[in-house]
Design a protein around this ligand. Structure first.
Ligand code: ACO
Length: 311
């Protein structure tokens, strides 16, 4: 242990300031950040798949252009987060290896199928809505590169959420068939989007340390409850319903109550046995293999450039 480094670290955390890459930091703080940030980056990259599934079938040129831009934004978020994680001394190759070997986690939500166009609306409104609720507090995370990455990512996520909401709004005011399709998508994505916030606080081993280090600012349950409140208001504008009769504002706790969630299903998804886990990993590995020539060409080009610079 570096005593002076530890004292500086403690002081920075105590005054709610930022740790930067060259500052001394405890090994377990570094480890916690690499864990969370790399999982977050992998989620963005795997998260491209469920929506890319609909690019060729978007119902108009305008919708197709918007969806393509959104999926590209997700690639950008992933790369941005890999770069931020690299400042902690873990290479992108190491992170990629861990993902491809099935050793790294990514968000549970991306293991569910996208079966109709309305799913693009529900993902934007609910999945990106949950992401914003979780990530706005991360703009104040104590690690500088992560916090700064989150500012830009949250701005783009806000646009993503608006586009999803607008898809659902249009469908819910369309034909009865379109409205039913929108309702069906909301029914299927509701519980999985609530589970994105992670296990209940009592089963969340990482929260207390992460909060002490100012990485996390709120527990999983508090953010989940806030998200339910947001959905409960916005669903009225959509003229749709949430598939949970237990949603109500609790005057005693001043937070939103909701019905029980199926945590056994969550554990299955985390264990790799969700509806699309195998398919997502297979696709990711194939994409990595398909990209081998690009990596080789880039490495050859870089070697040539550095050789000519040496001359
Ligand atoms: N999907 C997959 N794994 C999860 C999920 C989830 N929705 N929620 C929790 N877990 C995992 C945790 O990673 C942890 O496993 P690990 O210790 O092996 O890493 C375990 O379940 C226990 O959970 P917690 O102790 O609550 O973990 P943590 O304090 O890290 O909280 C959370 C989980 C809230 C997801 C946090 O990591 C976080 O805020 N991450 C950044 C946001 C993010 O990754 N979003 C990705 C989806 S949004 C998007 O990409 C559009």
């Amino acid at each position: 242990v570096d005593d002076a480094g530890q004292a500086n670290f403690d002081a920075v955390i105590a005054k709610d300031s930022r740790i930067e890459p060259k500052d001394w930091m405890p090994a377990d703080y570094r480890h916690a950040l690499v864990r969370q940030m790399s999982q977050h980056a992998h989620s963005e990259i795997i998260g491209m798949q469920p929506e890319a599934n609909w690019i060729t079938r978007a119902p108009s040129l305008k919708r197709k252009a918007i969806l393509m831009a959104k999926v590209q934004d997700e690639a950008g978020h992933g790369l941005y987060l890999y770069s931020a994680t690299e400042t902690l001394g873990t290479t992108r190759d190491e992170m990629t290896e861990a993902l491809l070997a099935g050793k790294a986690r990514y968000s549970s939500i991306f293991n569910y199928p996208t079966v109709s166009w309305a799913d693009m609306g529900a993902i934007g409104w609910m999945v990106d809505g949950a992401a914003i609720t979780n990530q706005v507090p991360l703009c104040r995370a104590s690690y500088g590169p992560y916090a700064r990455a989150m500012v830009r990512i949250c701005k783009e996520e806000s646009f993503h959420q608006r586009q999803g909401f607008e898809i659902l709004l249009e469908l819910s005011h369309g034909t009865p068939g379109q409205k039913a399709m929108a309702q069906d998508a909301v029914n299927r994505w509701y519980a999985p989007s609530l589970m994105m916030f992670g296990p209940p606080d009592a089963d969340s081993p990482n929260t207390s340390k992460s909060m002490a280090w100012n990485i996390k600012r709120f527990g999983n349950d508090e953010l989940r409850s806030r998200f339910v409140g947001m959905l409960a208001e916005q669903v009225k504008v959509l003229e749709l319903e949430l598939p949970d009769p237990d949603i109500r504002f609790n005057e005693d706790t001043k937070s939103w109550d909701y019905g029980p969630l199926d945590w056994a299903e969550f554990k299955e998804v985390l264990a790799g046995r969700g509806p699309c886990n195998a398919q997502r990993m297979e696709r990711r590995r194939a994409a990595h293999d398909d990209g081998a020539w690009v990596r080789e060409a880039a490495a050859a080009y870089a070697a040539k450039q550095s050789a000519s610079n040496d001359r």
